[in-house]
Write a protein that binds this ligand. Structure first.
Ligand SMILES: *[C@@H]1O[C@H](CO)[C@@H](O)[C@H](O)[C@H]1NC(C)=O
Ligand SMILES: *[C@@H]1O[C@H](CO)[C@@H](O)[C@H](O)[C@H]1NC(C)=O
Ligand SMILES: *[C@@H]1O[C@H](CO)[C@@H](O)[C@H](O)[C@H]1NC(C)=O
Length: 861
């Protein structure tokens, strides 16, 4: 096995923007776990990595909580849970697409006995009471978390992020997958695809490796909500880049072959058992055996502690427990030995390895043909889990050097990038399949010749169907009919069997249409498929027939013979719906009649499909837009509150600073540069605002908070200005005086040269007008400055200055620029007859060089 440290993955990846004109090129990948979420972003120009949260953590606790009206996410939400147990929502993944009071529902209630849960009427799913009169569905709470990570990604991307790929366990049925897609839509994200988490890890594994020979690996992902083993084959093949091309390229095929999973031997189950262990210890020590069960805060504290202890016990044989004033002011101090924990989980032991056995069996591959078992997920670090695998399959089967912690999210991002076709990525072709052991059935009512009815059920998408497959069913019908799509053996998974009923509408008209055009016994065709996201989809329905296209002769014949009538002879003769692959059915008749007058051409008339969901109903477009509005309103209110807080803090901060200034030393700059009436006004406003901020600011709007500050600032500004001018003005005065001296020196030298040029009979460098102009400019500026200085001398420090630094600077710059421009003028050439070669050369030499600055004599006023 070519083991490459995972941090090198990035180096091998090259991302190139394929279509630079596309507006948004970012793809967000979300590995949404029951305990932790990991996020990655694919965007050209942004290093391909995991997106960090605001505390620079690489994983974000999958939790949302409220502290008053403030919403908290990640670790903040987890940490607040012991204080506000009923407003802190975790492990929501357990309830994705789960029916109220189903097994996952009951388990969640066991973990969070303090949450108020209710059933969503139409959907039969879960909704949580956040506070009196405010409820959020599970999908909405998950959407809030998606929204939170979307914000994080957007601040990294520097642009809006729209497209997302989310990992899901491969065992997720239609219902759970739909719940994820609904949450994405509620968060304003477009679900580019769902990707099975084992497959995502496999893609990540293939990103930096080539497989010249076919290899099988098992990805063993032990998480908080389920345990999964995915058997994947990898093979890299060099093949032509297109069927006829001579150029070749490497293609890595990643094919999912088998799967096994367990929803009991999970991290959450272990945490639960640890929590119960701790509860028992406390009750025995401090409560004389009385139960702590109804003490919500205590239970919430233990829940948090249990997860910490589990982590400690992965590396140590014992973990200390110490919770200050845990319950009734009693500190809880104890310790848990790893052996105690393992005893409490003893019954889970066989479950740790069973998924691997199931995956091998489903793939029909022997363990000796498996190159390695790749461990992923936090629970795979629990010693009893590792030793179970080592004991059953041998230590040497476990892959080392593979850091699979972030593999799922990075693999999903890569997968998403290759789907979006905007990136040029290594050519990895994924073949995934439906691995939850459930056949998808289609059932419909058939009428027999005798008029009796019976329900026929066919397996349309059997277990292990490859994603992207499409199956077409053929019916002999001439009126509307219904088909029902269900899972076979759904009871095994504790999910409702019937997914949807589809009414195929418009059959009679479509059949009549085709028959009137000469088709004999047209057939109804309905296509059902398995999407790349593992969703069962009804593609389309139509009536198919071979219509007769007639020549002119043929038409005349018909006119007189009157052979074809529009009456349909079709009646329901013994239903025989056949399932066939679309490819074979569409090439049914290809012989072209060449000599006859009537030509047969395949033709189809589309039918309408009306879908009714039979158990867990997906969010409708209206519901999504309603819920989205509500979520946006929460976001907006939150943002507004933060802005208001900021404005209030600014005002308050300003008031305290002002108070310090007003109460400062007599000799402080503020006192020196301010006038008594200014200070009086400021003081009045300050006390009024102090009162206002305590009594009225709560209900005020942001504008007023800012305007009250602006109001005081307007009075303070001139004081500030005087103070600043006091140091800036002397500096600029000096600069301006220097510019004036330089100008004078220039003018003097120019005049001397003028006289000399006259004597030597060479042309003039400057005209007399130009020199006059310089003189005037110098005088005008000198006069302005002189009167300014006189005026300024009469003023006190707390008067508004008249000689302003900015104006002096502007005048100095204008003057200097004018002189500099003139000094760049070429020197006139002496007449040729004069022979002064030495000077001439020097003159020429000077030409291209920067002119030396006119000498400046410094003089203070
Ligand atoms: C067909 O399905 C529609 C929608 O579910 C339903 O209203 C109708 O009664 C069904 N018809 C039959 C014959 O089952
Ligand atoms: C038959 O169906 C085709 C395709 O939908 C349509 O264009 C055509 O107008 C229809 N003809 C009749 C006679 O209804
Ligand atoms: C005057 O002539 C001297 C010598 O050529 C030269 O260095 C100087 O820059 C000239 N002054 C002006 C203002 O042109």
């Amino acid at each position: 096995m070519s083991a490459v440290p995972s941090h090198l993955h990035r180096l091998f990846l090259f991302l190139v923007l394929f279509f630079p004109t596309l507006i948004s090129a970012s793809v967000l990948a979300i590995d949404y776990g029951s305990d932790f979420t990991k996020v990655s972003l694919m965007k050209p120009g942004v290093p391909f990595d995991v997106v960090l949260n605001r505390d620079s953590k690489r994983k974000i606790a999958s939790s949302v909580a409220w502290k008053g009206e403030e919403r908290l996410f990640g670790a903040d939400a987890v940490n607040i849970a012991p204080r506000f147990p009923s407003a802190s929502f975790g492990s929501l993944k357990l309830l994705q697409g789960a029916q109220y009071s189903s097994a996952p529902s009951q388990f969640h209630a066991l973990l969070y006995p303090y949450l108020k849960v209710s059933e969503v009427p139409a959907r039969g799913t879960h909704s949580f009471v956040r506070k009196e009169g405010e409820e959020w569905t599970n999908e909405e709470l998950v959407a809030m978390q998606f929204g939170y990570v979307k914000d994080l990604a957007e601040s990294v991307a520097g642009e809006r992020v729209r497209d997302a790929v989310v990992t899901v366990p491969a065992w997720y049925s239609q219902y759970e997958r739909q719940a994820v897609l609904d949450s994405l839509a509620l968060a304003g994200l477009r679900g580019l695809s769902l990707v099975n988490d084992g497959t995502a890890i496999a893609v990540n594994f293939a990103m930096s490796r080539t497989f010249p020979n076919l290899e099988h690996h098992i990805i063993y992902d032990a998480g908080a909500a389920s345990l999964r083993a995915t058997l994947v084959s990898f093979h890299t093949v060099t093949e032509p880049i297109s069927p006829k091309s001579k150029k070749t390229a490497d293609v890595t095929y990643v094919s999912v072959k088998g799967y096994g999973y367990d929803r009991v031997a999970t991290g959450s189950e272990m945490d639960y058992r640890l929590r119960e262990l701790l509860r028992g210890k406390f009750e025995a020590a401090h409560m004389k055996g009385k139960s702590l069960k109804s003490e919500h805060r205590a239970i919430a504290k233990l829940w948090k502690e249990a997860s910490r202890v589990k982590t400690i016990l992965s590396a140590n044989t014992e973990s200390r427990v110490s919770i200050e004033s845990f319950h009734n002011d009693i500190d809880f101090r104890t310790s848990v030995a790893r052996t105690e924990f393992e005893e409490a989980c003893a019954d889970l032991n066989p479950r740790f390895t069973q998924p691997i056995i199931d995956a091998l069996e489903q793939a029909d591959i022997s363990i000796k043909d498996v190159s390695s078992i790749i461990l992923a997920g936090g629970v795979s670090r629990v010693p009893m889990v590792q030793s179970a695998i080592k004991f059953t399959f041998g230590e040497n089967k476990i892959a080392h050097n593979v850091n699979a912690d972030e593999a799922a999210v990075l693999g999903a991002a890569f997968y998403g990038a290759s789907l979006s076709k905007q990136f040029k990525t290594k050519d990895i072709r994924v073949e995934d399949r439906a691995l939850n052991y459930l056949d998808v059935m289609v059932s419909y009512v058939a009428e027999s010749k005798t008029g009796g009815q019976r329900t026929i059920q066919t397996s349309i998408l059997p277990a292990k169907t490859v994603y992207g497959a499409k199956k077409t069913m053929t019916f002999k019908r001439n009126h509307d009919f219904n088909i029902t799509i269900s899972y076979k053996d759904a009871d095994n998974l504790d999910i409702p069997p019937h997914i949807l009923e589809a009414e195929i509408i418009g059959v009679a008209d479509a059949v009549a249409n085709l028959t009137s055009r000469g088709a004999v016994d047209p057939l109804v065709k309905v296509s059902v498929g398995m999407s790349d996201s593992g969703m069962i989809t009804l593609h389309d329905a139509f009536v198919y027939g071979e219509v007769k296209e007639e020549t002119v002769v043929g038409k005349l014949k018909n006119l007189f013979g009157g052979s074809s009538s529009s009456s349909s002879s079709a009646s329901d003769h013994g239903e025989t719906a056949t399932v066939s692959e679309p490819s074979s059915s569409s090439t049914a008749s290809s012989e072209e009649p060449t000599t006859t007058e009537v030509k047969s051409t395949p033709s189809q008339v589309p039918l309408e499909i009306a879908t009714t969901y039979l158990s867990i109903i997906p969010y409708t477009a209206d519901e999504i837009s309603e819920a989205r509005k509500r979520l946006i309103a929460v976001d907006t209110a939150e943002r507004l509150r933060h802005k208001k807080e900021e404005a209030r803090n600014m005002l308050e901060g300003y008031l305290y600073r002002l108070r310090d200034l007003l109460e400062g030393e007599e000799t402080s700059p503020f006192m020196l540069f301010s006038k008594p009436d200014e200070r009086k006004k400021l003081e009045e406003k300050m006390w009024d605002n102090f009162r206002w901020i305590n009594e009225e600011a709560e209900s005020a709007d942001i504008k007023e908070l800012w305007s009250r500050r602006d109001d005081m600032e307007a009075i303070e500004k001139p004081i500030q200005f005087r103070y600043e001018e006091d140091t800036a003005a002397p500096r600029e005065l000096e600069n301006l005086q220097q510019a004036l001296h330089a100008g004078q020196a220039f003018l003097q030298s120019a005049h001397q040269n003028y006289t000399m040029e006259d004597q030597e009979g060479i042309s003039h460098r400057f005209t007399l007008e130009e020199l006059e102009d310089v003189k005037n400019r110098l005088k005008e500026t000198a006069d302005w400055l002189e009167s300014g200085i006189t005026e300024q001398k009469k003023l006190a420090k707390n008067d508004d200055p008249v000689l302003i630094s900015a104006e002096m600077k502007a005048r100095g710059v204008t003057l200097q620029n004018h002189v500099l421009k003139m000094s760049k003028r070429k020197f006139p050439k002496p007449p040729v007859k004069k022979d002064k070669p030495k000077e001439e050369k020097e003159g020429e030499k000077e030409k291209g060089e920067p002119k030396e600055e006119p000498k400046i004599t410094h003089q203070d006023l």
